[in-house]
Ligand binder design. Structure first.
Ligand code: SF4
Length: 300
């Protein structure tokens, strides 16, 4: 993640713009203003994006899309509202179907003024966004190096957006191991995760109020099923995954045995579960690059 601010990736969404601001965003990306020379890349995939550029005011149709894109982006991430419509609702502010600017739905870090926002102002906004991204990245690193205590507790449904963002961040690192992005954690939507809280429990690891690890568990017929071990990349190799699984096992008192699964060749996850006493008992192919490995253990 060290190249994050040297080559940030941008995702652009038109919330209900008149297209004036969108044309200026495109001008930034094409050869005249050419933000690619600053290392900035445009992507259509939120899981790859660091900066979320939004144009236009928020209406009934765009509200859920904005939330969904934002929640799919890994941490740290920055939101830039481009143009007066995205900043405050602009001339459409009083319309019956407009809820306001982008900050009526998600937190906004940088506001770019103008109607339409000029390309120079948009480039300036992106440069400011890089500063915010650097600061957020430094905060994460400082937390990772701090001696503050990590607290483990049961997550609530309201934690779902933060857990989803964590899953995307950790899932990207895991996908690099497999060279395959078909992992369930990377495909899950916020709605699916929120619904999952009705049947499963999640344990979260929290430092300074920020969720940096999570695991999912469910008990059925005396067996506790463990899955979705996610730890933010800055906090890996600190036994957080180990402790999360132990806390989950404690939170499933009716389970006499446990099952967990992970993918091969993710040797780190296999090692973590092996150190907790899990033994491999079944494998099944998932994709040509990923083989699911099922592991079990009896409660001692
Ligand atoms: S700020 Fe102006 S140009 Fe941009 S979307 Fe709104 S009305 Fe269109």
């Amino acid at each position: 993640m060290s190249g994050l601010t040297k080559s940030p990736w941008i995702i652009h969404y038109d919330a209900s713009s008149c297209n004036g601001c969108d044309i200026e965003v495109l001008a930034c990306l094409t050869p005249l203003f050419d933000v690619e020379r600053l290392g900035v890349m445009n992507t259509g995939n939120p899981k790859h994006a660091d900066i979320f550029l939004v144009t236009g005011a928020v209406n009934e149709q765009s509200r859920d899309v904005i939330r969904n894109i934002y929640n799919q982006m890994p941490e740290p991430k920055v939101v830039v509202a481009v143009g007066i419509c995205a900043s405050s609702g602009g001339i459409f502010r009083e319309c019956y179907n407009i809820s306001g600017g982008v900050d009526s739905v998600i937190p906004v870090d940088v506001y770019v003024p103008g109607c339409a926002a000029r390309p120079e102002a948009i480039v300036d906004g992106v440069v400011q966004a890089l500063g915010v991204l650097t600061k957020k990245q430094a905060d994460f690193k400082a937390a990772a190096n701090s001696r503050d205590e990590i607290v483990y507790r049961r997550a609530e449904k309201s934690d779902a957006p933060e857990i989803l963002a964590l899953q995307k961040t950790a899932g990207q690192c895991e996908a690099e191991i497999y060279n395959d992005e078909n992992l369930p954690a990377l495909q899950q939507t916020l709605g699916e995760l929120q619904n999952d809280f009705d049947k499963a429990i999640y344990i979260k690891a929290v430092i300074n109020g920020k969720i940096i690890g999570s695991v999912r568990g469910q008990a059925s017929n005396g067996t506790g099923f463990v899955s979705g071990i996610s730890v933010h990349p800055y906090f890996q190799r600190r036994d957080i995954g180990h402790r999360l699984v132990q806390e989950l096992e404690k939170a499933l008192p009716d389970a006499k045995r446990f099952e967990a699964f992970t993918g091969r060749p993710n040797e780190r996850a296999l090692h973590l579960l092996g150190a907790l006493g899990y033994h491999e008992f079944k494998t099944e192919p998932f994709t040509p690059a990923i083989t699911w490995v099922h592991l079990e253990k009896e409660r001692k």
